[in-house]
Design a protein around this ligand. Structure first.
Ligand SMILES: [Zn+2]
Length: 464
C-alpha cells in the first residue's frame, strides 16, 4: 500500500505513528494514534468493557442484550443510544443534544431530528435504491439549501459519488482504492477540500466544506452522531468498529463488531453488510500481466488480440455494486473486474481469471466490429447475444447450451437495462424475455456458439 500522504502532499496520514494491536479474534488490545495511546479490555462477546486513554481518561462502553452498543464515545462525544426492534439506533443523547433517527421499511434512514438548546434541525434523506441522492433540512423552521449527491452514471456498478451539489456550488470527488473521498474539486479542477484519514477513518482534515457529507468509504459521515452512517449499520471510526452486530450473525466471523477484518487498507465495506478483502483480484491481475498464469486459454486471448492488432484493453480491479463479476466498457475499451459485488461472494484468483477471459472475448468481438451498444434494434440485440454466447462458451467450455443461453440472457438484460433477467421480466413483462430469446435464437442459428472469439459477426440485418 502506498502511503496516501505521499501522493498529494496535502493530506496527512500519520501511518508511522499509528499502531494497533489485537487479540486472536480481532479485538483491540492497545492502540497508539500519534500522541494518544489506549488500552482496551473486551469480554467474551467481543464487547469492550473499558477503553483507557493516556489523554482521554477511562471510558466504559455499555451494550444491551441484543449486542447494540448503548454507551458510545464517538468523534462528537459520549452518547447514550436507544435502538428499535431492528437494532437501528433511533435516539442519541449526550445530555444536551438529542438526535432522533427514523428509517423506512427497507432500513434506509429517512429522517434525522436534532434538538439542541435553542436549535432544532430536521433532516430528510432521499435515496435511489440504496444510494443517497439528496438531503434537505429545516433549521428552526427555515429551510436550508438542499444537498444533492450525483453517483457516476458512466460507472453504473461503482458505488462512488461523482459530485456534490449544494446551491450554486458543485464539487467533484476524487477517490482512493477503497473508495474514500480524497479531494473535492471545483469546476475548474482546483482542489477546494483535501481529505485525509487515519487508517480506520478518523478524519485528519479541516476542509471548510461542510456541505459535503460523503467521505470515508463514500458513505455518509454524520456530523451529529460522529459515526459513519452506512446504509445498514453505523461505524465508529474512533475505535474502528460497528456499534451493532453484523446482521448476518456468526456465519461470517466470530467477532461481529469488527470492521473489514481490521484491514481497512486492503478492504472495503458495502452498506455495513459486506466486508471484503480484495487482494485476490490484484493477484489475478498480476499473474495475467506477467503471463505467469498457467491458463493457456487466457494466453490465447491475449495472443489473438495481438495478432488481430486490437488494442489490449486496460484491465483494473474495481468496486462494483451490480451482480456482475466484471464488465467490458465498450466506449473506453477497458475491463473492470469487480472486487466487491453486493451480491457476490469472496472470489479467488481463478474466479477473477475466469471473468477476465469472458471480458477479453468481448474486447476481441468489439475489435472485430461487433459493436454491442445497441439495445434498441433486433440486430443490435442479436449481436449482443452473439458476443455473450461466445464469451460464456469460451469462459466455460464444459457448460451445456442451456446454461450458456440462460447466462447470456441475464447478461443482455444487465447490459441493456442494468438489471438481471428476473427483475426485467417483473418490470417489462414476458414480452421482454421473448425479445431476448429471439435475439439468442438468431445468434445460435447464425452459429455464434461455434465461432471463435473475434470472428466476424453474422449479418443480423439481412432478411431471409
Ligand atoms: Zn458478457
Amino acid at each position: 500500500m502506498i502511503g496516501k500522504s505521499s501522493i498529494l502532499g496535502t493530506n496527512k496520514v500519520f501511518l508511522s505513528c499509528i499502531d494497533h494491536a489485537y487479540d486472536a479474534v480481532g479485538n483491540r488490545v492497545s492502540a497508539t494514534e500519534t500522541t494518544n495511546s489506549y488500552s482496551y479490555t473486551a469480554n467474551a462477546l467481543n464487547q469492550y468493557t473499558s477503553i483507557i486513554g493516556n489523554n482521554d481518561g477511562t471510558f466504559i462502553p455499555e451494550y444491551d442484550d441484543d449486542g447494540n452498543q448503548t454507551m458510545v464515545k464517538t468523534e462528537t462525544g459520549v452518547w447514550r443510544i436507544a435502538y428499535n426492534g431492528e437494532n437501528r439506533p433511533v435516539a442519541w443523547s449526550n445530555g444536551t443534544t438529542v438526535v432522533e433517527m427514523a428509517y423506512d421499511d427497507t432500513g434506509r434512514r429517512r429522517a434525522k431530528h436534532v434538538v439542541a438548546p435553542g436549535a432544532e434541525v430536521l433532516h430528510s434523506f432521499l435515496y435511489d435504491g440504496y444510494l443517497l441522492v439528496a438531503e434537505s433540512a429545516v433549521s428552526n423552521g427555515v429551510p436550508l439549501t438542499p444537498i444533492n449527491y450525483v453517483w457516476d452514471p458512466a460507472e453504473r456498478t461503482a458505488t462512488r459519488a461523482l459530485c456534490t451539489l449544494s446551491g450554486t456550488n458543485l464539487w467533484f470527488h476524487t477517490h482512493d482504492l477503497t473508495k474514500n473521498v480524497w479531494e473535492l474539486l471545483d469546476r475548474a479542477g482546483n482542489i477546494v477540500a483535501p481529505y485525509g484519514y487515519a487508517p480506520f477513518g478518523v478524519s485528519s482534515f479541516d476542509s471548510g466544506v461542510t456541505d459535503n457529507r460523503i467521505g470515508w468509504s463514500s458513505e455518509y459521515a454524520d456530523p451529529d452522531s460522529g459515526c459513519v452512517s452506512y446504509r445498514y449499520r453505523d461505524y465508529n471510526v474512533r475505535i474502528g468498529e460497528w456499534i451493532t452486530h453484523d446482521p448476518m450473525g456468526e456465519t461470517t466471523a466470530p467477532n461481529l463488531y469488527r470492521y473489514v477484518k481490521n484491514s481497512p487498507f486492503a478492504s472495503l465495506d458495502i452498506m455495513g453488510l459486506y466486508g471484503w478483502r480484495d487482494d485476490n483480484c490484484e493477484e489475478a491481475l498480476k499473474s495475467a500481466r506477467a503471463g505467469s498464469t498457467r491458463d493457456s486459454r487466457l494466453g490465447a486471448l491475449f495472443n489473438d488480440l495481438e495478432e488481430r492488432r486490437c488494442p489490449i484493453p486496460p484491465i483494473s480491479c474495481g468496486c462494483c455494486t451490480a451482480r456482475v463479476g466484471g464488465y467490458y466498457d465498450h466506449g473506453k475499451n477497458s475491463i473492470i473486474l469487480c472486487k466487491a459485488g453486493i451480491f457476490s461472494k469472496e472470489r479467488n484468483v481463478s474466479d477473477y481469471l475466469s471473468t477476465l477471459k469472458h471480458e477479453l472475448v468481448h474486447a476481441l468481438d468489439a475489435c472485430g466490429g461487433g459493436g454491442d451498444t445497441d439495445c434498441s434494434s433486433k440486430a443490435g440485440l442479436a449481436r449482443k447475444a452473439c458476443t455473450e454466447l461466445r464469451a460464456y462458451k469460451y469462459q466455460h467450455p464444459g457448460w451445456k447450451e442451456d446454461t450458456v443461453r440462460n447466462n447470456a440472457a441475464d447478461s443482455i438484460a444487465e447490459a441493456c437495462f442494468g438489471k438481471e433477467m428476473k427483475s426485467q421480466i417483473a418490470v417489462h413483462g414476458k414480452g421482454y424475455q421473448f425479445k431476448v430469446e429471439i435475439a439468442i435464437n438468431a445468434a445460435v442459428a447464425a452459429g455464434c456458439l461455434g465461432q471463435r472469439p473475434g470472428d466476424p459477426f453474422p449479418d443480423f440485418n439481412r432478411r431471409k
